[in-house]
Ligand binder design. Structure first.
Ligand code: CU
Length: 701
C-alpha cells in the first residue's frame, strides 16, 4: 500500500474516533525500518502531497462546492452564478477537468454548464473532494486532459456487530448575506455488513449583496437527496444509490439566461471484489437524466421588447461505466480496464410571446466515449513508478436543425446556416492514445521527489462541434460573445511535465510542484469567417461571431501548500498558485485564467475550540484574451475568520466571517454582468460578497 493511502486511512480513523482532533490536527503514524516518513500536510481539513490534494468539503461554510475546490493549490473556479461554479485547474476548465462523484462521471444537461458537475455535490453531505495533483493516471478517467477530481458523498458508516444500529447527522447554516440557509441531514441504519442510508441537503438564498450593489439575480434554491444501500464483507464492497437534484429559480448573472429549474435523476451501482489475495475487480455503472429550463425574463428584468424574450429547454441523459482489474505481481501491480460514457443532448429555444419562434439549438446530439487502459506500477522501499497507456474512441452525431419565426435578414442568414449544417457530414469520430509515466523517489528520509510526464487528449465537445447558429451556448465560457461550432475540429493534445517535492521536518512541511503544458490543437474561439454567422452575430450583439478552432497554446506554473508549527497548538499555513496561459501560434493570452494568488492563515487548535484567521490575496490579471474582449482585473486581499467549537463531542458549532474588512473586490473568474437595469452595470465584472457572517451547527449521532 502506498504511504499516502496509509496516511489517509490513519487520518480517517482519527476523524471517525475523535471529531475534536479531526480539524487542523496532523495524524501521526509511526513507521519502521527504512520505510519512508513523509506525511500529508494536514491543514484545516485539507490534505496535501504532490500526488493529491483533498479537502473535507463539509467543514467549509460554502454553498457551491466549487468554492471549496478553489482553496486547493492550483485550483480555482469560474463562477457564472451562486450554484454554477466550474472547476478550473492549472489554467484548464470546463470539459477539460473531469469530475467524478463516487467514481462515476456526471452528464450535464445544460449547454452552458449551468449544472456543472460540482453543482451536484452539495457541500454538507460530501465526505471529501480529492484532486489528483500532477498528471492524472490513465485509469482515472477518459479525456481528463486538464485534471481529475473525485468527490464522495457522505453516506454514513457500517456498524461493528451483527445488530443493526442507527447513526446520522443533522446540520443547519445561516449567512446574513441574502439570508442564505442550508439544512442537511443523514439517517443510516447499519450493521457490520449492511447499510441503508438516506441523505439530503436543501439550500435557499436571496440576492447577494456586495459593496458595489446587489447582484441581480443571484438568488438560489437547490435540493439534493440520495438513498443508498451498501453491503460489505471481507472481500466485497457493493453499493447502489438513487439520487435527485432539484434546482429551482437560481440566478446566473454572467450568462444570458437564468435557471428556472434543473431536475436531475442519478443512479449508480458499484462493486469491488477481491477474487484472490492478488486480484481485485472494480465495476461501476451510472445513469443520469437531466431536464432543464432557463429564460431571460423571469428572474432578471425582462427585455424591453416582447420579441426578445427567450426560453430554453435543454436536456441530457446517458450512461457511464468503468470496469477494472488490479493484479498484484510481487512488487508490481498491473491494472487494466475499460470505461465509457454514452450521452444524448438536446436544446430548444422558444419565445413565449411568439408561438412561431423556435431555434433547434442542439437537436438529437449523441456523444459516445469508449476507452481501454493498462497501467503497471512498481513500489519498492524508497521509490515508485507507474506507466500507463490508454486508448479512447470518441464518436458523435447530430440531427437536422431548423429555425422559425425570425424576421427578414435574420431568417435568411439562419436558413443558410441551417441548410449548410443539414447538408454536412455530422457523424464524426476520433481515436486517441494517452500515455502517463509517474516516478517518485525519497531523497533522504524527509524529502520525496516526484516527476510526472503525460500526453493526454480530449475530443471536441458537442457545443464546439454542433453550435450551428451563433449563440452563447458554450459550456459556460461567459465571455458575452456569440460562437459557432466547427465540424472539422481535431482533438486537443496536451504534453505535460510536472516536477514536485514533498519536504517535511518536525515543524515545517511544504509541497511545491512546477508544471508545463504544451497543448496542440487547443480548442478556442477565433474570429469566424462564415459570412451568415457574422451577419447574425452582428445583428444580435454588435460584434461578429467567434468560431471554435484548433490553435496552439501553452500553460505553465507552480503551486504549493505549506505549514509551519509554532507550537503544539498554533500553526501557520498557506498555499500559493501561479499559472500563465498563452497562445503560441499568435500573440494572445488564453481566456479566463486565474491570476497569481496566495492564502496565509494563522490557526489555533485547542481541545474543543479552533480558530483560523486568513488573508486571501489575488494579483491583478492583465494577461487577458484580446480575441474574447476580456477585461483586466485589479488585485485585492480579503480577510476571513472562522471559529469552530465542539460544544459537545457530537455537536460542532461554526462561526465564519468572510471579507471581514468589507472590501470591494472583483475575482477575475467571477464573470461579467450580463443583466441590464440593475445596480451593477452591464459589462462590469461581478463583485465579491460584502462582509458576510455565517453561523452553523452540525450534530452527529
Ligand atoms: Cu441553462
Amino acid at each position: 500500500m502506498k504511504p499516502t493511502n496509509k496516511a489517509a486511512i490513519a487520518l480517517l480513523a482519527v476523524a471517525c474516533t475523535s471529531p475534536v482532533l479531526a480539524e487542523g490536527e496532523t495524524a501521526s503514524e509511526t513507521r519502521t525500518g527504512t520505510e519512508a516518513t513523509i506525511e500529508e500536510i494536514v491543514v484545516s481539513g485539507q490534505k496535501l502531497t504532490t500526488q493529491r490534494a483533498a479537502i473535507a468539503v463539509d467543514r467549509e461554510v460554502v454553498i457551491d462546492t466549487a468554492e471549496a475546490f478553489s482553496r486547493l493549490p492550483g485550483a480555482d473556479r469560474n463562477k457564472n452564478g451562486p450554484l454554477t461554479g466550474i472547476a478550473q485547474y492549472r489554467g484548464m476548465y470546463g470539459d477539460r477537468v473531469s469530475v467524478n462523484i463516487d467514481g462515476l462521471g456526471i452528464i450535464s444537461g445544460g449547454p452552458n454548464a449551468m449544472d456543472a458537475p460540482l453543482s451536484y455535490v452539495s457541500p454538507m453531505i460530501t465526505e471529501e473532494l480529492t484532486l489528483e495533483r500532477g498528471v492524472p493516471g490513465v485509469s482515472s478517467s477518459p479525456e481528463a486532459i486538464g485534471g481529475h477530481v473525485d468527490a464522495t458523498m457522505a453516506r454514513g458508516r457500517f456498524g461493528d456487530g451483527d445488530a443493526f444500529g442507527i447513526n446520522g447527522m443533522a446540520g443547519a447554516r445561516y449567512s446574513d448575506n441574502g439570508d442564505t440557509t442550508s439544512a442537511a441531514g443523514r439517517l443510516t441504519l447499519s450493521n457490520r455488513a449492511h447499510r441503508i442510508s438516506v441523505v439530503g441537503q436543501a439550500d435557499r438564498g436571496d440576492d447577494q449583496r456586495t459593496p458595489a450593489g446587489t447582484i441581480v439575480p443571484s438568488e438560489l434554491a437547490r435540493d439534493r437527496y440520495d438513498l443508498s444501500y451498501a453491503f460489505r464483507d471481507d472481500r466485497t464492497a457493493f453499493q447502489a444509490f438513487a439520487g435527485r437534484l432539484d434546482t429551482r429559480d437560481t440566478g446566473t448573472p454572467a450568462l444570458a439566461m437564468d435557471i428556472r429549474y434543473i431536475d436531475s435523476a442519478l443512479y449508480g451501482l458499484s462493486l469491488e471484489r477481491e477474487i484472490s489475495t492478488a486480484t481485485q475487480i472494480t465495476a461501476r455503472v451510472g445513469y443520469t437524466d437531466v431536464d432543464h429550463v432557463m429564460d431571460n425574463f423571469s428572474l432578471r428584468p425582462p427585455p424591453a421588447m416582447g420579441m426578445q424574450y427567450r426560453q430554453n429547454r435543454a436536456g441530457g441523459r446517458g450512461t457511464v461505466f468503468a470496469l477494472s482489474v488490479d493484479r498484484g505481481l510481487g512488487e508490481f501491480t498491473l491494472r487494466g480496464g475499460v470505461d465509457g460514457r454514452f450521452a444524448e443532448h438536446e436544446s430548444l429555444i422558444t419565445n413565449p410571446n411568439n408561438a412561431m419562434f423556435f431555434i433547434d439549438n442542439f437537436n438529437d446530439i449523441q456523444r459516445d466515449v469508449a476507452g481501454a487502459f493498462l497501467a503497471l506500477e512498481r513500489q519498492t522501499g524508497n521509490s515508485a513508478w507507474e506507466a500507463g497507456l490508454r486508448y479512447v474512441d470518441v464518436s458523435s452525431s447530430a440531427g437536422d436543425v431548423s429555425v422559425g419565426g425570425l424576421a427578414d435578414m435574420m431568417a435568411m442568414n439562419a436558413a443558410m446556416l441551417a441548410d449548410a449544417f443539414n447538408a454536412a457530414d455530422r457523424d464524426l469520430s476520433w481515436g486517441n492514445v494517452d500515455a502517463v509515466i509517474k516516478y517518485s523517489r525519497y531523497l533522504g528520509s524527509n524529502v520525496k521527489f516526484n516527476v510526472d510526464i503525460g500526453s493526454k487528449s480530449r475530443a471536441p465537445s458537442y457545443q464546439e462541434l454542433y453550435l450551428w447558429l451563433p449563440l452563447q451556448a458554450t459550456g459556460g465560457l461567459a465571455d458575452g460573445r456569440n460562437y459557432i461550432g466547427n465540424l472539422g475540429l481535431d482533438a486537443e493534445r496536451s504534453n505535460e511535465i510536472a516536477i514536485g517535492l514533498d519536504w517535511e521536518t518536525d515543524r515545517f512541511s511544504i509541497s511545491p510542484q512546477a508544471w508545463f503544458r504544451d497543448i496542440d490543437d487547443y480548442i478556442t474561439g477565433t474570429p469566424a469567417a462564415v459570412m451568415p454567422a457574422n451577419m447574425l452575430a452582428m445583428m444580435m450583439s454588435g460584434s461578429g461571431a467567434l468560431q471554435f478552432n484548433n490553435v496552439d497554446a501553452e500553460i505553465y506554473g507552480l503551486d504549493l501548500g505549506w505549514q509551519f508549527k509554532l507550537s503544539q497548538r498554533v500553526h501557520v499555513d498557506g498555499n500559493a498558485s501561479y499559472s500563465r496561459g498563452r497562445r503560441t501560434d499568435i500573440s494572445d493570452n488564453l481566456y479566463r485564467q486565474a491570476p497569481p494568488n496566495a492564502t496565509v492563515a494563522v490557526n489555533f487548535v485547542g481541545e474543543s475550540l479552533s480558530l483560523r484567521g486568513e488573508v486571501v490575496a489575488y494579483d491583478r490579471q492583465d494577461r487577458v484574451s484580446s480575441i474574447s474582449g476580456e477585461q483586466a482585473s485589479a488585485g485585492y486581499a480579503i480577510v476571513n475568520g472562522q471559529l469552530t467549537w465542539y460544544a459537545l463531542p457530537s455537536l460542532r458549532l461554526e462561526l465564519h466571517a468572510n471579507n471581514l474588512l468589507d472590501r470591494g473586490y472583483q475575482h477575475h473568474l467571477a464573470g461579467v454582468n450580463r443583466v441590464s437595469d440593475v445596480e451593477i452595470p452591464v459589462g462590469e465584472r461581478l463583485w465579491g460578497a460584502e462582509r458576510t457572517l455565517s453561523i452553523g451547527a452540525v450534530m452527529s449521532f
